[in-house]
Design a protein around this ligand. Structure first.
Ligand code: HPA
Length: 271
């Protein structure tokens, strides 16, 4: 079965429960989990009820979609991201994003925790993604193309919506939150990068590094959606400060959670 058929099948599973049509899709990264609790009149669909939807093995949440209202907008929130490093194919990794778009979402907000590659960044900073480097992981569009998703060779010169970047900056300013603007590089993980890789990534133009997001952005852009990406810098990337630990990343994400939520909430209100 091709990827488009898989998404149709997954959408069919969701439609057995709800005919809710979201305007905005939000993928929650580390530290943003609590945003899901803010969704009003939630309709929760566990991954296990959605045909073809893989179950994330890493996060505390088994994976689910939450439909409802947030900041006055009809949203769908993906909790429990599926990562390439878990061993899944890129088609599985981006299925939730494609599904949320197929269900109606016109705007996709991708969030993540990331390491700061730009040495002027500090843990706790936020970064709105202006551009990305995704060539260190396979493209989610590899394999037969279904024109119903989008064209075979889609343009990627402006993956991230300029108007949404401006909006995020506006909201950050009002909220008194430091928001950088930079380039996100998706590494394959699960190991953190070596200091040598980070130095190379910096030369390539990366400001932040993480293990998600870029392939989801490609899949959403392929479908012609407006994409916004926001990273929380949880740590300085390898070789800049001390050694890295998942605990450090989680703690930093938890600490910044409230500001992260305020930022994303503020952006959704203004879309
Ligand atoms: N590298 C890759 N992924 C990450 C990092 C990092 O330093 N921090 C949070 N996610």
């Amino acid at each position: 079965m091709d990827q488009y058929e898989r998404v149709l099948q997954a959408a069919h599973s969701v439609r057995k429960t709800t005919d809710f049509v979201p305007e905005v899709a939000i993928v929650l990264g580390s530290g943003l989990g609590a945003l899901a609790d803010k969704v009003e009149d939630p309709i929760v669909i566990p991954a296990a009820e959605i045909e073809g939807y893989k179950v994330s093995t890493v996060s505390g949440h088994a994976g689910r979609l939450i439909f409802g209202t947030l900041a006055g907008k009809k949203v769908v929130v993906q909790q429990g991201r599926i990562h390439y490093y878990e061993g899944y194919e890129m088609g599985d990794v981006v299925l939730p994003v494609r599904l949320m778009c197929a269900l109606g979402a016109k705007t996709v907000i991708l969030t993540n925790a990331a390491g700061g590659v730009n040495e002027s960044y500090r843990p706790g900073d936020f970064m709105v993604i202006r551009g990305q480097i995704a060539q260190f992981v396979p493209s989610p569009l590899r394999g037969a193309n279904d024109e119903r998703f989008g064209t075979r060779f889609p343009d990627m010169s402006e993956i991230y919506s300029r108007p949404l970047i401006s909006l995020a900056k506006e909201v950050a300013k009002e909220a008194g939150v430091t928001l950088r603007e930079g380039v996100y590089l998706q590494a394959s993980g699960p190991n953190y990068e070596s200091p040598e890789e980070i130095r190379a990534f910096r030369i390539l133009g990366a400001d932040a590094v993480g293990m998600s997001t870029a392939v989801e952005a490609i899949a959403a852009k392929h479908m012609g959606r407006e994409v916004l990406g926001i990273s929380l810098i949880t740590n300085m990337a390898a070789g800049i400060a001390g050694p890295l630990s998942h605990e450090e990343v989680k703690e930093a994400a938890d600490r910044a959670g409230r500001a992260f939520i305020a930022l994303v909430h503020g952006v959704i209100a203004k879309i």
